[in-house]
Design a protein around this ligand. Structure first.
Ligand code: DAH
Length: 329
């Protein structure tokens, strides 16, 4: 009988090894472990044995059945897990996941467009730091200490000598100090103002500064460059005007307006940038001889001109990072 038990056990394990799904493992259970299965038969036979043989045979029979039952149970669990995973994997009715790919922020698109236009006009691109000295941001640009012109720009001071730059004009100073004329560059970047946040103003925005210094640079050249830019950026039929203005670092100074005509509404003039001829005091401050050289400069707000171009009426939209806004561009 001992041999018979070993044989049944061996056959059980042979078949178990070949079992690959829940259906065949159930057949295996019925054949060996079920009420009329192989082990049940062995137990019937065991009952008929003489008492002397019972201890040894009973021990082997019990151990063999437990071994088979344990192996059976663990394979069944594995097969059930596999079936669950497979059916999840194969659930063709499951909705696909949308992968959302970002777009370039409208401000960066606008900035790139501005850069491309000026590059095509022979300007190079330079950048300066956002943490700037009071000297570069104000003094070198002819805003004397305590001059009321400083109030034109509400400033975040870091300490007495340093601040978050309020405009990109200090990059002009840096560039003129290190590069001899002729120089022709634009200087894009972030600027900061300590202003109440509203639809029209934000504590942070972007500007593009422009500078051209050479011998005999004239206001007519400034005008030609700005008009060329405005036509390329807003379209050939753009209506514009130059209006006299004041900046400490340019003389004479002007502001440029474009005619804004929203459909169905009254049109009006909107300012898009400041500009002028570099003040001789600024040239002296950076070590350029104003008797030999002259230059023009301009500065525009990127948000402002993007708002004009795309009809956006609240500057805060650029910084909210709301996908519904950003996806429109
Ligand atoms: N820095 C000025 C501002 O932030 C803009 C500006 C005006 C820049 C005239 C210039 C300029 O270079 O010539 O309001």
């Amino acid at each position: 009988m001992l041999e018979k038990i070993n044989l049944v056990t061996k056959e059980f394990f042979n078949e178990l090894e070949k079992t690959e799904n829940l259906k065949s493992i159930e057949e295996l259970r019925i054949k060996y472990l079920g009420r009329k299965g192989g082990f049940a038969d062995l137990f019937e036979e065991f009952k008929l044995l003489p008492g002397t043989e019972k201890p040894a045979v009973g021990k082997l029979l019990n151990e063999s059945k437990v071994k088979c039952q344990n192996s059976f149970d663990s394979l069944k669990i594995r097969l059930e897990e596999q079936t669950n995973n497979n059916s999840q994997f194969l659930d063709l009715s499951l909705q696909g996941r949308e992968i959302s790919i970002g777009t370039k922020h409208i401000l960066m698109q606008t900035l790139n467009e501005i850069k491309d236009i000026f590059k095509s006009l022979g300007f190079s691109v330079h950048e300066g730091p956002e943490l700037e000295s009071d000297y570069n941001n104000f003094e070198a640009l002819n805003f004397p200490d305590n001059h009321p012109a400083r109030d034109m720009q509400d400033t975040f001071f870091v300490n007495e000598k340093f601040l978050l730059r309020t405009h990109t004009s200090p990059v002009q100073v840096r560039l003129m100090k290190t590069t001899k004329p002729p120089l022709r560059a634009i200087m894009p970047g972030k600027v900061y103002r300590n202003e109440a946040i509203s639809a029209k103003s934000y504590c942070l925005f972007h500007q593009v500064e422009g500078l051209y210094v050479d011998k005999d640079v004239t206001f007519a050249e400034l005008k030609g460059t700005i008009v060329g830019f405005a036509k390329q950026f807003f379209g050939n039929d753009i209506k514009y005007r130059f209006r006299p203005s004041f900046f400490p670092f340019t003389e004479p100074s002007a502001e440029v307006d474009i005619w804004w005509q929203p459909t169905g509404k009254e049109g009006r003039w909107l300012e898009i940038m400041g500009c002028g001829m570099v003040d001789p005091n600024v040239l002296v401050n950076v070590g350029i001889d104003p008797e030999k050289y002259s230059g023009y400069a301009f500065g525009m707000g990127v948000e402002r001109i993007a708002m004009r171009k795309y009809g956006i009426d609240d500057i805060r939209l650029f910084f909210d990072n709301d996908k519904r806004f950003l996806q429109q561009f």
